[in-house]
Write a protein that binds this ligand. Structure first.
Ligand SMILES: Cc1cc2nc3c(=O)[nH]c(=O)nc-3n(C[C@H](O)[C@H](O)[C@H](O)COP(=O)(O)OP(=O)(O)OC[C@H]3O[C@@H](n4cnc5c(N)ncnc54)[C@H](O)[C@@H]3O)c2cc1C
Ligand SMILES: *[C@@H]1O[C@H](CO)[C@@H](O)[C@H](O)[C@H]1NC(C)=O
Ligand SMILES: *[C@@H]1O[C@H](CO)[C@@H](O)[C@H](O)[C@H]1NC(C)=O
Ligand SMILES: *[C@@H]1O[C@H](CO)[C@@H](O)[C@H](O)[C@H]1NC(C)=O
Ligand SMILES: *[C@@H]1O[C@H](CO)[C@@H](O)[C@H](O)[C@H]1NC(C)=O
Ligand SMILES: *[C@@H]1O[C@H](CO)[C@@H](O)[C@H](O)[C@H]1NC(C)=O
Ligand SMILES: *[C@@H]1O[C@H](CO)[C@@H](O)[C@H](O)[C@H]1NC(C)=O
Ligand SMILES: *[C@@H]1O[C@H](CO)[C@@H](O)[C@H](O)[C@H]1NC(C)=O
Length: 547
């Protein structure tokens, strides 16, 4: 039996949970003068039939390792000094510890924030204004690749880099279409959609999920069949945090050639960047599905001209060799002037190393093992936003954007244009809960990063990214102005204390989920009617009139 099944089958679930819940209710009647979090910890310690000793994975604020464990995957340093810290951190080793955390939190009036890789742009996986428990899944990192059936089971606390590496250890001709950053966690990424440079060929990560295990608000462990198609639909794009805790995912691996080609070619305004981007807007979504060319735009000091300029980096993965790539580029985007020497032929895992290197600023020649490195790359404090583009931005629009970037009083601001087309157009809006499909030429990611301390500096950076977002309004999708939930942005609207009516939540909900928002709210109402799993942008429950 595969390891992941062994690990689950050691429990006989349905009878067990009824019993466990009964015991938990019993414990809640103990008379005790302690704080809620002490009662919570006691509830965990007394919880019946926990497989591993739970006291080894419980950190209260007085534990000397508390800060270390909390900081380990705070990927956005904007939230490092937050005063809204968890009362208790639990780093479960198995599902019994997760379910005990869910049940005991409810008994003792604490909320839960679930963290897998900690990359949430607004820190929602580890910051809350209410008394809460941090359920950190970073110990759940198992990955079981079955090359024969071309599937893998991957636990939520694993990273994208680990998944890619494990696949490459089993096969040189299998891959998985997900994000570019190796340290991103599976749990948040898959549940919000998840995409990288194979999106045009194979869609999002969530499109390739075929099963999952979730623990719901009652402590039930459910696979796809047991959770039903509605909930399984919801956790593929709707974000996981509103519905329960997803333990692991079964994915379909995809075929990749043994040799692929990557490039990262930059052009400044003096080198016709504007013209190339104009042409790119007309062709990028129509190219052969095997190629995806992302454009990374930022202000730089031009080495040739010794002054500020705008630089566009064309970052690309082609699922084939350079011999096929060069004529393809000459036909479709000759303006870029791509040369054979700009290209690097490599294995699929080599391409993942390269594309991650473009992001984190390393050379791209590191060995595949670099994908396993969980050591935090110091990215500093950040703020991100997103948009979708349906019509090419006219040249005046681009030039106005360049002027804004020239005048920016921030150093590290970047836009990324990621083209759609191919598989993304073939999947309907309602197939899974991730909605953004046909009709878009490309997706925009805005990001600003800074290192300095202080509110004023933070405000300057946040104001700048908001100014650019405001400037872009006429050029991007509207009614709703679509946004990507994995690039979480609290500027577009927040729930009031987690309790917001569906009608109020539509302000941000339609942007993330468009026509899928109502169905997400229906699923939420069914699986978590009392709204235990909530945060600033969790899916609301529906009132009787709204349903
Ligand atoms: C440097 C960087 C690069 C990125 N690159 C890409 C990219 O190339 N493509 C792309 O699509 N996105 C990208 N992202 C965005 C990324 O996909 C999201 O931030 C994603 O949600 C991160 O998942 P996580 O597990 O690391 O985050 P977390 O902060 O742990 O979680 C994010 C959200 O999901 C919830 N959640 C996490 N795990 C679970 C679970 N097991 N069950 C239920 N709910 C859960 C959390 O509570 C939180 O609400 C990037 C982000 C960063 C910071
Ligand atoms: C819990 O563990 C005890 C002791 O091992 C065992 O007797 C009991 O059957 C278990 N309960 C369930 C529901 O599995
Ligand atoms: C802190 O937690 C660790 C791991 O759970 C445990 O080994 C240690 O004894 C705890 N320390 C304190 C001071 O409670
Ligand atoms: C935030 O934390 C950093 C280091 O962790 C510290 O140097 C800095 O002074 C803190 N800033 C504030 C505003 O507390
Ligand atoms: C820019 O475009 C012009 C006109 O198309 C062309 O003559 C020139 O060589 C290009 N410059 C670069 C650096 O590619
Ligand atoms: C450009 O150069 C100036 C002066 O050398 C420096 O202060 C600034 O940080 C540089 N800007 C960028 C975007 O590299
Ligand atoms: C990608 O191009 C940019 C701009 O020229 C450069 O700074 C960076 O080092 C390159 N990264 C890789 C991995 O090639
Ligand atoms: C992992 O990454 C960190 C941060 O970039 C680096 O300092 C460290 O050397 C890397 N470790 C290995 C084993 O590559």
């Amino acid at each position: 039996m595969p390891a992941h099944l062994l690990w689950l089958s050691s429990m006989h679930l349905s009878s067990y949970f009824t019993f466990a819940t009964a015991i938990a209710i019993f414990f809640s009647f103990e008379t005790s003068p302690r704080d809620p979090h002490q009662n919570f910890v006691q509830c965990l310690y007394n919880y019946p039939n926990i497989t591993n000793s739970i006291s080894n994975v419980v950190y209260t604020q007085t534990n000397s390792s508390y800060s270390y464990v909390l900081d380990l995957t705070i990927q956005n340093r904007r939230f490092s000094n937050s005063s809204s810290k968890p009362l208790v951190i639990v780093t479960p080793l198995d599902v019994t510890q997760i379910l005990a955390t869910i049940i005991c939190s409810q008994r003792h009036g604490l909320q839960i924030r679930t963290r897998s890789g900690g990359h949430d742009y607004e820190g929602l996986s580890y910051v809350a204004e209410v008394p809460f428990v941090l359920l950190d899944l970073s110990n759940l990192q198992q990955i079981a690749v079955d090359e024969e059936s071309r599937t893998a089971w991957v636990q939520s606390g694993a990273t994208l880099g680990e998944l890619y590496y494990r696949i490459s250890q089993k096969s040189k001709t299998l891959g998985f279409p997900a994000g570019v950053c190796a340290s991103v966690g599976i749990g948040g990424h898959f549940s919000g959609g998840g995409y990288g440079l194979m999106m045009r060929k194979y869609g999002t990560a969530a499109d390739n999920v075929i099963d999952a295990h979730i623990i719901d608000v009652n402590g039930n462990l459910l696979d796809r069949q047991a959770m039903g198609e509605d909930l399984f639909w919801a956790i593929r794009g709707g974000g996981g945090a509103s519905f329960g805790v997803i333990v692991d995912w079964k994915v379909k691996l995809v075929p990749v050639p043994s040799t692929v080609t990557v490039f990262n070619v930059s052009r400044t305004l003096e080198e016709n960047a504007t013209e190339i981007i104009q042409k790119w807007q007309l062709v990028a979504n129509k190219l052969d599905e095997r190629i995806m060319i992302r454009v990374d735009i930022s202000r730089v000091n031009s080495s040739q001209h010794g002054k500020l300029t705008i630089q566009a980096s064309f970052v690309s993965l082609f699922l084939g060799g350079v011999e096929d790539l060069i004529p393809l580029m000459q036909n479709s985007l000759p303006e870029l002037g791509l040369d054979r020497n700009d290209c690097k032929e490599t294995s699929w895992i080599g391409s993942a190393v390269f594309i991650n290197a473009v992001l984190i600023g390393t050379s791209g020649n590191e060995p595949p093992e670099t994908m396993l490195n969980r050591t935090q790359i110091y990215l500093g404090k950040g703020k991100g936003k997103s948009d979708y583009v349906s019509q090419p931005i006219p040249v005046e629009g681009l030039q106005g954007l360049w002027r804004l970037l020239y005048d920016a009083k921030v150093e590290n601001f970047q836009l990324q244009f990621a083209p759609y087309g191919g598989r993304m157009y073939e999947i309907s809006e309602s197939e899974i809960s991730f909605p953004h499909r046909s009709g878009y030429i490309y997706h925009i990611h805005y990001g600003v990063i800074w290192q300095e301390e202080g509110d004023e500096i933070a405000q300057r950076h946040m104001n700048f990214i908001r100014k650019v977002y405001k400037y872009m309004e006429p050029y991007v999708s509207n009614s709703p102005r679509a946004a990507y939930v994995n690039y979480r942005d609290l500027d577009i609207g927040v729930n009031n204390n987690g309790y917001t009516s569906y009608t109020q939540a539509k302000i941000w909900g339609l942007k993330y989920f468009n026509n899928n928002f109502k169905r997400l709210a229906r699923v939420k109402t069914k699986v978590d009617p009392d709204n235990f799993f909530r945060n600033e942008q969790s899916i609301p429950t529906l009132s009787i009139e709204e349903n």
